[in-house]
Structure formats: C-alpha cells, structure tokens
Write a protein that binds this ligand. Structure first.
Ligand code: C2O
Ligand code: CU
Length: 467
C-alpha cells in the first residue's frame, strides 16, 4: 500500500521506535566512506554565485550490490556539498521533479524569510524556486534538508539532506587541516526492506507514524555520508571531521575506540574561541560538532572505531600510512563576543511537551501544536533575549535564523559541549536549558521546533516574528 508519503506502509508497531531491516545487512567497515560531490556554481556574476539543484528520484547503491530508491538533491544522498564563502552571495535555483511538494531549509543559515524554507512555502511538483543566501555569516558547518509541513521526517528519511561548509578569512588564516584532511561526515540511520528500499512506518491516512514511533523513528543501519558503517583510510596526521547529525531521532554519544580525544574546534554555527577536548560528545539531531582528531597518535596499521556509546559502531578509520606532520592546533581560534545575561531585553519560556489535544496526544510548545498563522513571540531586530527551554523528553530545540549561546542547564553552568554559537541545543527530560539568542539579520516570520523530525511533524513547532 502506498501511503501519502509514497512509502510502502509497514505495519510494524514498535515498542522502542526501532525499525528493523527485513534483509541481510553488510559487515561493518567494509564499504569505503564516500565523500559527497561538491556543488559547482552554474554562473558567477560579481559577488554572487548561482547554483542549480534538482530534487529527483534516483536509484543508488547504499548496501553493496543492492539498489535503493532515494529522493535526492541532484539525485544523490546525501546531496552535493556546498562550499560557500562569507561575503559571496549564493543563489540556489531548486527544481522539484519529485511527486510531492518540498521546501528546502539551510539549517544554521541567516537569510531573508522567503528563502528560509518555511514549512508552507512549498515548491510544487514540476515547480522551481530561487533561494538566496546572503552569506554574511561566519565560517561554519551547516546542512540543508527538506522542511515540508507534516512530512519533513519521511522526506528527509528518503534522502533530502546535504551539507554546506561556509568559510571566511579568519578561519582560512588558521592552521587547521584542509582539503582531503577536512572531512564532512553526515550521520543518519535507516532501515531497509527485503528489496533494498527504505522502510518507514508511515500512516496510510496522512501524516504521522505508526504506534510506538511517536518518540521518533530509529533505523538499525548507521549511514555515514550515505554508506553503512563505512571505513576510511587515513594518514597518520590531523584530520578535521565535521560531524553532522542528520538522523530523524537518533542521539549519539560519539567516542573513539580503543581510545583517543575529540578536540572540538567548532559548534553548530562557527569556530569556538579555543579548542576543547572531549572523551565523548553527545550529538542530537540537527547539531554539528567540528572536531580535530590526531591520527598520528596511533601507529600505522591501527584501526580506530568511531562509536556511539548509546548504541554501537558508526564507522572506522584505518591508519594506513605516515602523514605530513601538521602544525599544532592554535590556542586561539575565532574571536566573538560572549553574550551576557544583562544584555537580554526579554525573558521568555517555551515548554516542549506532549499534551492531549482534541483527544489526541500531540507534541506541543507551551501547550500549542503548530499553527502557521500564529506566533509565540515577537523579538525586536538587533536584540538579545533569554529563552528558557523546558521539556518532558529529549527534545533537540532548533531556532531558525537566530544563533544563540547556552547560558545554563537547570540553573547550573552549561556543559563543555554547549560552548560557542549554536542553533540547536539538546534539551533532556525535565531539564531547563537557558539560551541567549540574538535576533539579527532580517525582520519577518521564522520558527523554532524540535529537531526530532517525527516530533516536528507531530506539530512541535512555533513561529516567532522579528519586528
Ligand atoms: Cu534543520 Cu527547521 O530545521
Ligand atoms: Cu522533540
């Protein structure tokens, strides 16, 4: 049966949200890590680069020797990686050759509201839209994905996601690993049917998921850049790994086995002020961590597994040869202003929780399911506000446009992983996370939502209007 999402409806209620594949899966660490192709401008005019992107159906090989149909940007999954530069505007013409409407959101991007990929700002089948990204923002690891109202989760699951790396002069002047030593890694999970197609527990009747998946859908196959538990051959030198959690609902606590440090240099939307080392890093859906791993600390021949301590292996690195010796990491990275609570002109509270609504349990913000016509806040352009985000479950909270700094968790100092400028924050069950958000760039309607994509589709979103 084809549901409205075009997925074969799998009638598999779940107790834990885990969707299990119906076919044999490959041995981990046998498929080489793919690097998505770079998007190339089709035209360059003055300070503007023009790109063209087509959303289309394609058959790709994800499991070795097996074809999987995806909905991909330019037919690939992940889509091409954009390399944008501060000060150069990017205009992306998106054509929709899919059988469903779409809306493309550049996550972490600062752009006018009509290019934000608002959930009802749809590109119809056979239609097209120009998205304009002024790129007045700092170097950062961004990503882009579909944002169609009620259907973001199944459409991203089908493949509508890709990465976008923004550079600037400050970053370029730092001695950080570059080129083949700068590796974007998009993490997500999927499940496969017998014939190799993606499984997804759609409802037949409309948006939403089958019973047991309302905390989100998890797959039993971990993909990195679209490959199952891949392996990458590395030189014994420093690598910059851009970790992007593009999963619908899966959280990861990433660590290296048999041991080693993840040195964080960047958060969601930019470089940190100084590097911070972590034994492990929790990364929730939508979040990014820019880390450096020094493979010269391992003898040539070593195998190092990037693992999810909450679940199992993610991918493996094989140190295959000596590498160029690289400069030590600088002690200072980027300079930016640390926001102070006194700078907040307003304090607001947003409570993320499940509430009954017309007899149905819905995921809401301040008791309200998403309504595209209303707004929960009207911050003024150019101001900083203190937002208290509270929750009944794991909700990775994402703000469009506004970047923020984490001020406190349950009244205490934030964690090391909360450092820097962010656009998505891990709010855990019964936690209150306070952030200082700066509303900068453009006036108009933007939104915040839970980045557990099933929660997002089940209405855990709200508008705010910048005036
Ligand atoms: Cu990455 Cu509104 O989403
Ligand atoms: Cu949520």
């Amino acid at each position: 049966v084809l549901g409205t999402t075009g997925f074969v409806v799998v009638n598999r209620p779940s107790a834990d949200g885990l969707l299990r594949s119906a076919r044999p899966l490959p041995e981990p660490f046998t498929v080489p890590l793919p690097i998505p192709a770079a998007a190339r401008p089709v035209r360059v005019e003055g300070d503007t680069d023009f790109y063209a992107l087509t959303q289309r159906v394609a058959d790709v090989e994800i499991l070795p020797g097996v074809r999987t149909q995806v909905w991909g940007y330019d037919g690939s999954f992940p889509g091409p990686t954009f390399h944008l530069r501060q000060g150069r505007r990017a205009v992306v013409e998106v054509r929709n050759s899919l059988p469903v409407p779409t809306s493309m959101h550049l996550h972490g991007g600062v752009m006018p509201p009509d290019s934000d990929g608002y959930p009802t700002d749809l590109v119809k089948p056979s239609g097209a839209k120009q998205y304009t990204y002024p790129m007045r923002q700092r170097a950062a690891t961004l990503w882009y994905h579909d944002h169609r109202m009620d259907y973001t989760a199944p459409q991203v699951w089908r493949g509508l996601a890709g990465m976008c790396l923004v550079s600037d002069a400050e970053e370029e002047n730092l001695p950080l690993p570059k080129e083949q030593y700068d590796v974007p890694l998009l993490l997500c999970d999927r499940a496969f049917d017998e014939d190799g197609s993606f499984l997804y527990p759609s409802l037949e009747s409309g948006p939403g998921v089958q019973p047991g998946y309302d905390n989100g859908v998890l797959g039993d196959v971990i993909l990195v850049n679209g490959a199952p538990w891949p392996v990458m051959d590395v030189d014994a030198t420093r690598y910059r790994l851009r970790l992007v959690n593009g999963s619908n609902a899966r959280r990861y606590e990433l660590a290296l086995e048999p041991g080693g440090q993840l040195t964080q240099i960047g958060s969601d939307v930019g470089l940190l002020d100084r590097p911070r080392t972590h034994e492990s890093l929790i990364i929730t859906p939508g979040e990014r961590f820019d880390v450096v791993v020094d493979f010269s600390q391992y003898p040539v021949g070593s195998e190092i597994t990037l693992t999810n301590r909450l679940d199992g292996p993610v991918m493996r690195f094989r140190v295959v040869r000596r590498g160029p010796s690289s400069d030590p990491l600088p002690e200072r990275l980027a300079s930016w202003e640390k926001l102070m609570p006194e700078s907040a002109v307003e304090t607001r509270t947003f409570d993320f929780r499940a509430t009954p609504h017309h007899g149905m349990r819905m995921w809401t913000i301040n008791g309200e399911p998403f309504n595209p016509d209303t707004s929960l806040a009207s911050p003024r352009l150019g101001t900083v506000e203190r937002w208290r985000l509270s929750s009944d479950f794991h909700h990775p909270v994402h703000l469009h446009l506004a970047h923020f700094q984490v001020l406190a968790r349950n009244g205490r100092a934030p964690e090391e992983r909360d450092a820097g400028w962010k656009d998505t924050v891990d709010v855990r069950p019964y936690e209150v996370v306070e952030v200082l958000a700066r509303f900068e760039g453009y006036r108009g309607r933007y939104m915040m939502h839970c980045h557990n994509l099933e929660h997002e589709d089940m209405a855990m979103m709200a508008n705010f209007d910048i005036s």
